[in-house]
Design a protein around this ligand. Structure first.
Ligand code: THG
Length: 267
């Protein structure tokens, strides 16, 4: 599983305050804690600041880069913020995100080329978010076809089913899982990714829901997830699920996680 740490996100109140106060030490600390917990990438989002997002993105990426070279997942609705973030992030970044909306596609594709970045492709187009599985798969088929025509290698494409809260419509968990399964079947060379914490929004004991959903998503073919790597139970479940699903040869990573104390308190 490719783990993308979600915590440096300006829509979170604590992070928003840290960004406003230019609290360098606090951001560095959250970056290092996520890496220590097993993150492969860090998501970086300054999208709560509509007026001067590129400036905040620049500060965030420079701050993170002062302590680590971990690849970043630059998360922004703004083309300018993406460009600044990618320039400072350096190699092997992920662009979060492109979609089937023609304007978004046209603006983000040049950044994918310019930075030789990977890209998360959201399963939506000019019609917005979709509830019908066939329509969602149609959007994904067109997006993958276009990205391949535009010479983006399959291994740099991450398809995101756009998980929405089950509190708003009980079909949303199942819909995302069916989408993951079908994309995995149709395009075994393309990766899938999701924003895990979306699923639990509006309900109590969110970690319980995130932990449970993650295992079902892994069984449905999920390859990468934007999640909270400081949730130890979640990370332990991921290691266990990889071993059980045959994605951890000789259970080597599971055994190593145990040896290094990551399962402390579990039985
Ligand atoms: N797909 C892609 N990118 C994404 C998402 C996605 N980026 C953003 C989001 N979804 C994933 N990241 C987060 C980060 C934090 C939270 C949820 C998803 C979160 N926030 C608390 C909340 O909403 O209640 C904030 C509480 C606080 O103020 O701290 O849980 O789906 N490609």
């Amino acid at each position: 599983m490719i783990i993308i740490g979600e915590l440096i996100n300006s829509t979170r109140k604590r992070i928003r305050a840290m960004i406003e106060q230019r609290d360098t030490e606090a951001i560095k600390d959250i970056a290092l804690k996520q890496i220590e917990a097993g993150a492969d990438y860090l998501d970086v989002n300054a999208g709560a600041f509509v007026a001067n997002e590129p400036e905040h993105m620049e500060w965030l990426v420079k701050t993170i880069r002062s302590v680590t070279e971990i690849p970043l997942c630059i998360d922004s609705p703004s083309y300018e913020a993406l460009d600044v973030g990618l320039r400072l992030a350096g190699p092997n970044a992920i662009i979060n995100s492109i979609s089937g909306e023609p304007e978004r596609y046209e603006k983000v594709l040049p950044l994918v080329r310019k930075y030789e970045a990977s890209v998360i492709a959201l399963s939506m187009d000019e019609r917005g978010l979709l509830d019908d599985e066939e329509q969602i798969l149609g959007v994904i088929d067109r997006l993958i076809g276009r990205l391949k025509d535009d010479q983006v290698p399959a291994e740099r494409i991450y398809i995101d089913p756009l998980i929405r809260p089950v509190s708003t419509n009980t079909i949303y968990g199942k819909l995302a899982l069916r989408t993951l399964r079908e994309v995995t079947r149709r395009y075994p060379d393309v990766r899938t990714s999701c924003g895990l914490s979306n699923v639990s929004y509006g309900l109590p004991k969110r970690k319980l829901l995130n932990q449970t959903f993650m295992i079902t998503a892994m069984a449905s073919g999920l390859k990468a997830a934007i999640l909270d790597p400081l949730d130890k139970q979640l990370m332990a479940n991921i290691a266990a699920a990889e071993a059980l699903l045959g994605e951890d040869e000789f259970c080597m990573r599971y055994l190593e996680a145990d040896r290094s104390g990551r399962f402390e308190g579990l039985t």
